[in-house]
Design a binder for this molecule. Sequence first.
Ligand code: C2O
Ligand code: CU
Ligand code: CU
Length: 560
Amino acid sequence: MGKLLIRNRKIMEKNKIDRRNFIKLGSLGATVVITWPLLNSCNGFASENKNTINPDFQADLDFELTAKETDIQLFQGNTTKVWMFEGNVLDGDKTTVQKLGKSYLGPIIRVRKGQKIRVRFKNQLPEESIVHWHGMHVPEEDDGHPKDVIANGETYVYEFEIMNRAGTYWFHPHPHGRTGPQVYNGLAGLFVVTDDEEQRLKLPSGEYDVPVVLQDRQFDNNNQLVYLNRGRMDRMNGFLGNRILINGNPDMKLSLKSGCAYRLRFLNGSNSRFYKLAWEDGTPLVIIGKDGSLLDSPKSKPYVMLGVAERIDVWLDLKNRPQGSQMIMKSLSFSPGMMGMMGGMMGRGRNNLPLGSTYEILKINIDKTGSNDFELPQRLAEFNKLDPATAVNRNNPRTFRFFMRRMQWTINGRTWEMTGVTEEETVKLNTTEVWEIVNRGGRMMGNDDMMGERGWMRNRGEMDRDRGMMGGGMQMPHPFHIHHLQFNILERDVSGVDSRIWNSVKDGFIDEGWQDTVLLMPGMSVKLIMRFEDFKGLFLYHCHNLEHEDMGMMRNFKIE
Ligand code: C2O
Ligand code: CU
Ligand code: CU
């Protein structure tokens, strides 16, 4: 830990100098854009250190993670060309990096809070890449920012301490403009953290702790992956595959034992598809965790909306399910609320799995018997939620609107800049803030007033009358994600959501616990409370619909 802080302090000093380089952009009015030189502090630092190891960093786990192109046998007949992460433990417990069987998905990495890990990321892809640890609280240079991409043949060394609490995290590439295709080609893996508190609960472990990564893909007649085959429309809406894969395997089956209790860790690892998950026979879903924490107690839900990049931990009790029986999980029908020009065509046409239709996700074959004595605890994690009274802007949240402007997905009218960050996006270390994320634009597309002095934000009444026309007639669900921290959801305001949409999803949200991703249906807004601590630096917030992210619905925020 000491080492990390020292490294971080060096960066902070560098940033102090670099801050002199800020430029005022007249066209943005009062907005100050701080632009670091291309070879900014962190890259400058990186070129000295990030391709070599720090010999003073005592890693509990030291492994290579290689991204490469390979062929795997997913179907009968032709093999499929995929991109894969391959893990190789150099030092530490070999069982912490577990390979999934017949799959393109990356390894499952299992770590414990307080451990120090070193990852030597080797890029053997034909293009630039960088790995991001989704949900993890790490310093800037370990976060996998798009500015830190490395070329084919290069290595990037991550060295960080696990500071997060027990939860289901994951990792995936984050090069700007290429995250969608890289994840789609197969690059993603689970990063599972445990801690003492979780260990005391004696939750299902080993073979009873089962990953369920949901992804949709499309394959051609030669078994090759198909991506963005409808061009611009796929980008604007997000790409949808026409079949579901579980853990990178087209089989969609899990084989579990009668007489046992399980913990299923669901990750929606799809590019843009999201799900309304339910057991087909009406058994409630018992949720014990969401993103970066266990819940305080188990919650029973008729169904759960799982947005892109969100995770839920599900308790599954097969004690009274006979051997030979089956459980099926479906995505139930809902109204995704994609209105406007392209909305009507969304996911229709040639796709036999339109977003919001009913289809099977997963078959659980209870084809063996066994026994275990895991019991569902009535109390799970203790956590002190952040207290709104401690927020510096309790009654005046920072507001980020996700909307379309001039046929571009934007956040407050802005799109991606590699190191650009505005005052609106700059926060202070050791403060707690409330952020309001709004899936709704201001006035009409192309109205430059939107950028003027935040004027559109005062005009709520007018905006709400225009609801549905926002962004030039296009609205979509957006999964909001922020790097570096976990937040609590203070409130979800659905007064702007069309009732047909809301009624079809309203029982599916889990707003407890610590989270890093939240799904916003059209017209919805959420208030989040978050704390900036331990590290200064430049981090990301964005829409986790990977096509939207690649198009620039992503921005930096800076902790200073
Ligand atoms: Cu899953 Cu920017 O992250
Ligand atoms: Cu992330
Ligand atoms: Cu989006």
